[in-house]
Ligand binder design. Structure first.
Ligand code: HEM
Length: 336
């Protein structure tokens, strides 16, 4: 049967929706999809993350002066950094100018209130709070909280378009548990194991932060016969863990069923680590899981996605940067 619907590129609306979650928490404001400055920031961030890992950051780590080259990716990277810095500093300045210490509105206000209190106190030199640190904190939250979850959502829509049978099973489960009269909520999570298994399988296959974040050995360590000297930079390869054939049966196959037992209950797997592992595990893991569940179930409840008629799937290898993004694609969406 012919699938008729509206063809659109999901990147813009999804990125905007995802970024508005972390923006409202950390910057105290949401942005309209037509807000040109915000759109430019999102594009700069996504492009900056892509080019930062491919060559530039690796080279800059070895030859720091490359950062100042007035050409190529180095110039682009610097431009992105300068513009994002100006955007965030303007928001901090606006908060400072309108701060009412009795009524903090968001994270920035709370931080400024504490910073001012510490500056007034007797041991103000030992204060851990500064406006520079505030800038880095909200920058980290804004960047880490936008690109990762956006790409996870994009991958999940792409996989649903490519695997209509899985999409249908997810929709049947949502219809049976939630129905169509109310939006899904987090309290439904436990009753939607196939849906959760599908989100997890998309995360397993796509590993949106494939090389995690570089770590450094804080002391000389023996590991499986290797000596890792103090100060060694360690790059954890999460992608290889998620595709390890000794752990996962047919690791390259998309199969949400691998996260379910015979009774259809959700299985937790130790080697499923899209958010990293250990002491520096992703700080936003719980928030990201809530966002993914809420957005994915709401979209599946209301819409069906397919690749546009006559269009082949984009390369499923994606575009490798600090995050692994799907190649640009359009989908055909139809209200259910
Ligand atoms: C699907 C979405 C996400 C994925 C797959 C993801 C993945 C990761 C990974 C692999 C790391 C590195 C962990 C390590 O160093 O071992 C990380 C770190 C981090 N993530 Fe996420 N993340 C996601 C969403 C978020 C969100 C929404 C936030 C915002 C609150 C966030 C904030 C951070 C921060 C601040 C760190 C650095 C933590 C630290 O070094 O202590 N992430 N994330």
């Amino acid at each position: 049967m012919l699938f008729t619907g509206i063809v659109f590129a999901p990147y813009g609306p999804l990125c905007n929706a995802v970024s508005n979650v972390i923006s409202s928490m950390s910057l105290g404001q949401r942005f309209h999809p037509q807000d040109q400055e915000f759109r430019t920031m999102l594009d700069l961030m996504s492009h900056g993350l892509e080019i930062s890992v491919n060559t530039s950051i690796l080279l800059i780590n070895v030859f720091p002066w490359l950062y100042y080259l007035p050409c190529g990716v180095f110039k682009e990277l610097r431009r992105a950094e300068i513009d994002i810095t100006a955007f965030l500093k303007k928001i901090i300045a606006r908060h400072r100018a309108t701060l009412d210490p009795e009524n903090p509105r968001d994270f920035i206000d709370m931080y400024l209130v504490e910073m001012l209190a510490q500056q007034k106190s007797d041991n103000s030199e030992q204060s851990l709070f500064s406006e520079d640190d505030l800038f880095y904190i909200i920058g980290d939250l804004f960047i880490a909280g936008t690109d990762t979850t956006t790409n996870s959502m994009l991958w999940s829509i792409l996989y649903m378009s490519l695997y209509p049978d899985v999409q249908e099973k997810v929709q049947q489960e949502i219809d049976a548990v939630v129905g169509s009269e109310r939006v899904p909520s987090l309290t439904d999570k436990g009753s939607l194991p196939y849906t959760e298994a599908t989100i997890m399988e998309v995360q397993r296959m796509t590993v949106v932060v494939p090389l995690s974040i570089p770590h450094m050995a804080s002391e000389t360590t023996e590991f499986r016969g290797y000596t890792i000297p103090k100060g060694t930079v360690i790059i954890p390869n999460l992608w290889s863990v998620h595709r390890d054939p000794t752990v996962w049966e047919n690791p390259d196959d998309f199969n949400p069923g691998r996260f379910l037992d015979e009774q259809g209950k959700l299985l937790r797997k130790d080697c499923f680590i899209p958010f990293g592992i250990g002491r520096r595990v992703c700080m936003g893991e719980q928030l990201a899981k809530m966002e993914l569940f809420q957005m994915f179930t709401s979209l599946m409840q209301a819409f069906t996605f397919r690749l546009p008629e006559g269009k082949s799937a984009p390369s499923m290898h994606g575009r490798f940067g600090l995050t692994l993004a799907p190649c640009p694609f359009t989908v055909c969406v139809k209200a259910r």
